[in-house]
Design a protein around this ligand. Structure first.
Ligand SMILES: [Zn+2]
Length: 292
């Protein structure tokens, strides 16, 4: 058993605000387990593995719990996240669910059956973004949907976001950013400020260059199994690059550059021999017509 595995079950207690506060105020019985974990982490880092990106102290259930918690917080804040009402726009959601299910059916996702895979549309035409919470909670803005000319491009972005969830990049990144600090904080002194910061950070978490590249290539693997252009995610970058000067969304981190991401996505699609022909524009327009 990996040295950190024994302390894994407490992982979920580290992040959601309510849980952290609950554990901080009655945390004594946890101390031994926490000490084990704190001791284990430097041991792993000390083996020469400088980048601990692959280590994840959270369990699959933690990812699902965290995602559900975050989804609740998003629902409770309609001013920031105006979720499009599913009952009022059933056709838009049906189209989105069909796209999600098509990607899940490719057999390329590790947690296709385990995760919740809840996709939501945020009704905000001014925001060119999409994001993924742990456990398969995916959010796409109407601004992003309207921006894209082809459904192939959108499928690429959707695949990219689903890959972030499936590869568990959020909890991997949280492990990397906060694991040690948080655990020391919990043991050595109560720090509700830090606890709140960690909970909030889930929404502003930026992924590593490696994680972005992985989500890009995963999207190619997913789409290659469908009738959509396998390099769809590259099309999104190309549209953005062609326009220039647009606000940079999450999936366009500065490193690697958009140009190199386009090249990498195209190269992988080529290498795998995937179909990269675009589908009819009119089909995507029908989806957009179902939006408000
Ligand atoms: Zn991304």
């Amino acid at each position: 058993m990996a040295p950190w595995a024994s302390a894994r079950r407490i992982g979920y207690a580290l992040v959601p605000r309510r849980w952290i506060l609950a554990h901080i105020t009655r945390s004594r019985p946890l101390s031994l387990a926490l000490r084990k974990l704190v001791l284990a982490v430097p041991l792993v880092v000390g083996t020469g593995c400088e980048d601990i990106g692959g280590i994840n102290i959270f369990s699959i259930q933690d990812d699902k719990d965290l995602g559900a918690q975050l989804a609740d917080e998003i629902l409770a804040d309609p001013a920031t996240y105006p979720i499009l009402d599913e009952n009022s726009y059933p056709d838009a959601y049906d189209a989105l669910y069909e796209m999600r299910d098509e990607l899940l059916a490719t057999g390329q996702l590790q947690y296709a059956d385990e995760f919740d895979w809840q996709v939501s549309i945020i009704d905000d035409d001014e925001t060119l973004n999409a994001f993924a919470a742990p456990g398969g909670y995916i959010y796409v803005y109407t601004g992003l949907m309207r921006y894209l000319d082809y459904q192939d491009y959108f499928m690429g972005v959707l695949g990219h976001e689903m890959a972030h969830a499936d590869e568990r990049h959020s909890t991997q990144q949280l492990t990397k950013l906060y694991g040690m600090t948080t655990l020391l904080g919990v043991i050595l002194g109560d720090d509700p400020g830090l606890a709140a910061e960690i909970a909030a950070s889930l929404l502003t978490l930026s992924f590593s260059r490696t994680a972005e590249a992985e989500a890009d290539s995963d999207s190619v693997y997913y789409l290659c199994e469908t009738d959509w252009a396998a390099n769809g995610a590259a099309g999104f970058f190309e549209e953005l690059l062609a326009e220039g000067g647009t606000e940079i969304p999450e999936f366009l981190s500065t490193h690697p550059s958009s140009e190199s991401r386009v090249a990498d996505i195209n190269a992988l699609a080529d290498e795998l021999g995937c179909d990269t022909s675009l589908n009819a524009k009119a089909d995507w327009q029908a989806v957009l017509d179902a939006l408000p």
